[in-house]
Design a protein around this ligand. Structure first.
Ligand code: GTP
Ligand code: MG
Length: 580
C-alpha cells in the first residue's frame, strides 16, 4: 500500500562538512526504531556511511536515502555529504524535498557550506529546521551559535529547544514547544520527557516568550489572544508554528548531541509537526498533464544490481511491473521491481504514492535528472544546476589492454555522479577525468579499483598545442615549479603551475625557440607583442592559462580546470594514486 502524501515528510539533511549529519540520521533511525543500535562514524557502523570509501575516510561521499516512522508519519531522510567536492548530491536532494534539516556545529556555528546550502534552500522555497549539534564538545555554545544563525542566515531563526548545562556538563535539553525536558541517554534510546529543572525556569521562560512572539506574529488570531493575555495551548502553538515553518516565516532551531542520541525525540517531533507534507506544499517539479510522473535525482552504479535509479514521485502512483517513458531519451522503460532504500539495504515493494521517495533497478537509459512519465509528452526537463568540474587529470590504465574497461567503468561512475566528467582531449588523445576537487577525483579512482577491479594512474594533462599568443620567454622560464598543495589552492596557483610546467616541457621536448618562431612569423614583432595564433607560433607557444584564447562558450570554471603539463602528478603523499 502506498503511503498517503499527507503522511510523508521528505527531509534533506544538509550542512557543512563534519557537523554530524550522518550521526544525526543514525540517531533518528535508532530512536524511531528503524535500527536496533546506534552506529558510529568512527567504527564505520552507521546506516548512511555504508560505502567502504566513506568508512575509510570517515566522511559521507554520496547521498544516502533512509526512512523511519514517527507519529504515524513516514519520514524520508536524505543524508548528504557536506564536503564541497561532493556537493552534487546535496544539490539534487534539495531540489526534490519539502524540508531541509541543517546540522550546525555548536563549536563552529555557521560555516561556508551552511550558508551556500541555505541560499539554495531559499531559492527552492524549502521549509528549514536547524539542529545545533555537538553541544557536549569543548567551546560549544548554543546561544552563540543561535546568534550567528540569526545574524548570518536569517533573523527568523528562533530557538525551540535550549540545552541544560554546557560542554562536558551538558545533561539534557528543554523542548520549549511542549514545555518538557529530555535527559542525556548516553547513546541509549531516549526515554520519555521529564520535568524542566527548576533552576532553569527563568531562562526557559525567556526563550519560550521569544518563541511565542515569533509564532504569534505569523497568525493574527493567535496574536490577539496572546496580547489579551490568554493562555495558548501546546497544540495551537504547534499548529501555528507548522504553518509558519511551511511558509518560511520561522526557522526553528533545535539542539542536542547526535552521537549520544540527545535531542532526537524533540527533533523528530519537530520534523513530523513542522515540515510540510507533499500534500501541503507545491510539488517541487511540476509536470502538467501527467497522471504519473517521477523525477530521478540520484543514480547508483552497483556492480551487482546494475544501475539503481532513486526517484521522487511527483504525481500519481508508481507501480512495479509498469511501463514509463523517459522524456529525455524518448524511450520506454520497463519498471520491474521497486525498492525501498535504507542505506545499502533494499526492500522490495509494490508501489510508491505521490510525494514518496523510492528506487528502481535496471532501467535501460534513465539517469540522474531524468523525468519518467506515464506517456510521451513535450515537457521541459528540470535542470539540477550541478557545478562545473574545476580539476582535470589524465587517466591511464595500469595494465595494457584495460583502456576500454577503464572508459566503461568511468562512464558508470560519471552516471552516478554527474559532477564527475569523463572526456577525451581531442588534441592529446588523453582520457581526462574532471571533478570538483582533488579528493573527488581520488575517490573516483579508488572506486574504479574496488568496484570494477580496474587500476589506473593519474597524471597531469599533457600540454595542448592550441593556437595562442606566445608568452615572453623570461616570464615562462622564471616561474618556479609549484607544489601539489599550491595547485589545489585554485586559479592563481594553477596558472603558476601551468607556466612552469609548460616551460619545462617545451625545454624538454626541444621545441623551437621563441626567437626562431618569430623569424618565421610575419605577424609577431616582439615577445611583448606576440602573434595571435599563426601555425608557426602556436607550435612553439607555451599554452598557459593566461595566454589561452578565451572561448565564449566555455565557463570560467571549465577554463580553470585546464592545467596542461606533461609531468607526473607531484602528489602530496607521493604514493601511487592507484594504490590508495
Ligand atoms: N562530541 C560529539 N561528536 C559528534 C557529534 N555528532 C557527531 N560527532 C562526531 O563528529 C564527526 C563527524 O560526524 P559525521 O556524522 O560524520 O558528520 P557529517 O556531517 O555527516 O560529515 P560529512 O558527511 O563528512 O559532511 C564524527 O567523528 C562523529 O562521531 C556530537 O554531537 N558530539
Ligand atoms: Mg556524513
Amino acid at each position: 500500500m502506498a503511503v498517503e502524501p499527507g503522511k510523508i515528510r521528505n527531509v534533506a539533511v544538509v550542512g557543512h562538512r563534519g557537523t554530524g549529519k550522518t550521526s544525526l540520521v543514525e540517531a533518528m533511525l535508532f530512536q524511531g526504531g528503524a535500527t536496533n543500535r546506534l552506529g558510529t562514524v568512527e567504527s564505520g557502523s552507521t546506516v548512511s556511511d555504508w560505502d567502504e570509501d566513506e568508512q575509510k575516510r570517515q566522511m559521507s561521499l554520496a547521498a544516502t536515502i533512509c526512512h523511519l516512522d514517527w507519529q504515524e508519519r513516514k519520514i524520508n531522510l536524505i543524508d548528504t555529504p557536506g564536503d564541497a567536492g561532493f556537493q552534487g548530491d546535496a544539490i539534487a536532494a534539495l531540489r526534490i524535498v519539502e524540508g531541509a534539516l541543517f546540522a550546525v556545529s555548536g563549536v563552529m556555528g555557521v560555516e561556508v557550506q551552511t550558508s551556500r546550502q541555505w541560499q539554495r534552500a531559499e531559492e527552492h522555497g524549502l521549509s528549514r529546521v536547524v539542529f545545533v549539534n555537538m553541544l557536549d564538545r569543548e567551546r560549544a555554545d548554543f546561544f552563540r551559535a543561535l546568534a550567528a544563525l540569526r545574524e548570518q542566515l536569517s533573523d527568523k531563526c528562533v530557538a525551540v529547544h535550549v540545552p541544560i548545562g554546557a560542554e562536558h556538563e551538558l545533561t539534557g535539553i528543554v523542548d520549549l514547544l511542549h514545555m518538557n525536558a529530555y535527559m542525556d541517554p548516553g547513546g541509549q534510546r531516549e526515554s520519555g520527557p521529564t520535568e524542566i529543572p527548576a533552576e532553569m525556569q527563568d531562562q526557559v521562560n525567556e526563550y519560550r516568550e521569544k518563541l511565542l512572539d515569533a509564532v504569534v506574529e505569523t497568525d493574527e488570531g493567535l496574536m490577539e489572544r496572546y496580547l489579551d493575555g490568554q493562555e495558548l495551548s501546546v497544540e495551537e502553538v504547534a499548529h501555528a508554528l507548522k504553518e509558519a515553518v511551511t511558509r518560511g516565516e520561522v526557522f526553528p532551531v533545535a539542539c542536542g548531541v547526535a552521537s549520544k542520541n540527545l535531542g532526537t525525540t524533540a527533533l523528530l517531533d519537530l520534523l513530523a509537526e513542522g515540515i510540510p507534507s507533499p500534500a501541503d506544499k507545491e510539488v517541487p517539479i511540476s509536470v502538467d498533464g501527467a497522471s504519473t510522473a517521477a523525477f530521478v535525482f540520484k543514480t547508483i552504479a552497483d556492480p551487482f544490481a546494475g544501475r539503481i535509479n532513486v526517484f521522487r514521485v511527483l504525481s500519481g502512483t508508481l507501480n512495479g511491473d509498469s511501463t514509463l517513458v523517459n522524456t529525455r531519451a524518448h524511450s520506454k522503460e520497463r519498471v520491474g521491481q521497486l525498492l525501498e532504500l535504507q542505506g545499502k539495504e533494499h526492500q522490495q515493494t509494490q508501489e510508491f504514492g505521490p510525494g514518496d521517495i523510492g528506487a528502481v533497478a535496471k532501467l535501460k537509459e534513465t539517469m540522474t535528472g531524468d523525468l519518467l512519465l506515464d506517456a510521451e509528452r513535450e515537457v521541459e526537463v528540470p535542470q539540477l544546476g550541478f557545478p562545473e568540474p574545476v580539476m582535470s587529470f589524465a587517466v591511464t590504465p595500469k595494465s595494457k589492454g584495460d583502456e576500454e574497461k577503464v572508459a566503461t567503468s568511468l562512464r558508470r561512475l560519471a552516471e552516478e555522479d554527474p559532477t564527475l566528467v569523463l572526456r577525451r582531449d581531442p588534441q592529446t588523445g588523453e582520457q581526462l577525468l574532471s571533478g570538483l576537487s582533488q579528493i573527488h577525483v581520488e575517490v573516483a579512482v579508488d572506486r574504479l579499483r574496488r568496484r570494477f577491479g580496474v587500476d589506473v594512474d593519474l597524471h597531469q594533462r599533457r600540454a595542448r598545442r592550441a593556437a595562442t599568443r606566445s608568452r615572453p620567454a623570461a616570464v615562462a622560464s622564471s616561474a618556479t615549479a609549484s607544489s601539489c598543495s599550491s595547485r589545489s589552492r585554485g586559479t592563481r596557483a594553477t596558472s603558476s603551475w601551468t607556466r612552469s610546467s609548460a616551460a619545462s616541457s617545451r625545454r624538454a621536448s626541444g621545441l623551437r625557440s621563441t626567437r626562431e618562431s618569430r623569424r618565421r612569423c610575419s605577424t609577431a614583432s616582439s615577445p611583448e607583442r606576440p602573434c595571435r595564433g599563426c601555425a608557426c607560433c602556436s607550435s612553439t607557444a607555451p599554452t598557459t592559462a593566461s595566454t589561452r584564447p578565451r572561448s565564449r562558450s566555455r565557463s570560467p570554471a571549465r577554463s580553470r580546470s585546464r592545467a596542461p603539463t606533461s609531468r607526473p602528478i607531484p602528489c602530496s603523499s607521493s604514493r601511487s594514486w592507484s594504490s590508495r
